[in-house]
Design a protein around this ligand. Structure first.
Ligand SMILES: [Zn+2]
Length: 200
């Protein structure tokens, strides 16, 4: 698929479901990959309007802003992103954005990280979802076999899983995925991991 085709597909998805942050996130990444950095920054901004807690979107928005020479804006985005990620306990995005700030010669505020995420147990042993950070609502069992299924069963709540089922159906329809094709399965899995924040 050409970069232009990918952009068009995600644009169709975002137009069909304008309140869906993942559609805009996918569109923004497609713009970024195609070096359309100004469009990417706009789309990441839309993601953050829909979900101000989406820490990876701050990081990628800042990268897009740096590519369009918006250094001051990128630094502002990173500062906000570091604070949001720390408050949510999103350790890896927080550290990555801290690194980027440092590489720009900027001061990185020492923020206390709320807790390491994703992790499936709170201190008292109850379940905490790695995506929405709400407690309770653990899946009764892993949703499918294999390593990713195990991780989802251990870290993702039933509500988030249900949300993904709805979103996954849209991904299949909009992208015309034939899941018997291993490459289509790969695209689907990538969207799933992104949606469930399994590799933030
Ligand atoms: Zn959840």
């Amino acid at each position: 698929m050409s970069p232009q085709e990918r952009i068009q597909q995600f644009k169709n998805m975002a137009d069909a479901d304008p309140e869906n942050e993942l559609c805009h996130f996918s569109l923004a990444k497609a713009y970024l990959d195609a070096e359309r950095s100004a469009d990417a920054a706009d789309s990441f901004e839309r993601v953050l309007q829909l979900n101000p807690g989406y820490s990876r979107a701050y990081h990628l928005k800042a990268e897009a802003q740096l590519k369009t020479e918006q250094r001051a804006e990128a630094i502002a985005t990173l500062r906000k992103g570091v604070a949001v990620a720390a408050a949510r306990g999103d350790l890896m995005p927080r550290n990555a954005m801290g690194e980027l700030l440092r590489s720009l010669g900027e001061f990185v505020p020492e923020l206390e990280v709320a807790r390491e995420a994703p992790r499936s147990e709170t201190g008292d042993g109850s379940f905490l979802c790695g995506r929405c950070h709400r407690s309770g609502g653990k899946l009764p069992e892993r949703p499918f076999k294999g390593e990713i299924g195990e991780r989802i069963g251990a870290t993702i709540c039933a509500d988030c899983w249900r949300e993904w089922i709805g979103m996954g159906t849209k991904v299949i329809n909009e992208l015309g995925l034939q899941l018997s094709d291993p490459r289509a399965q790969e695209v689907y899995d990538q969207h799933m991991k992104e949606f469930l924040m399994l590799e933030a």
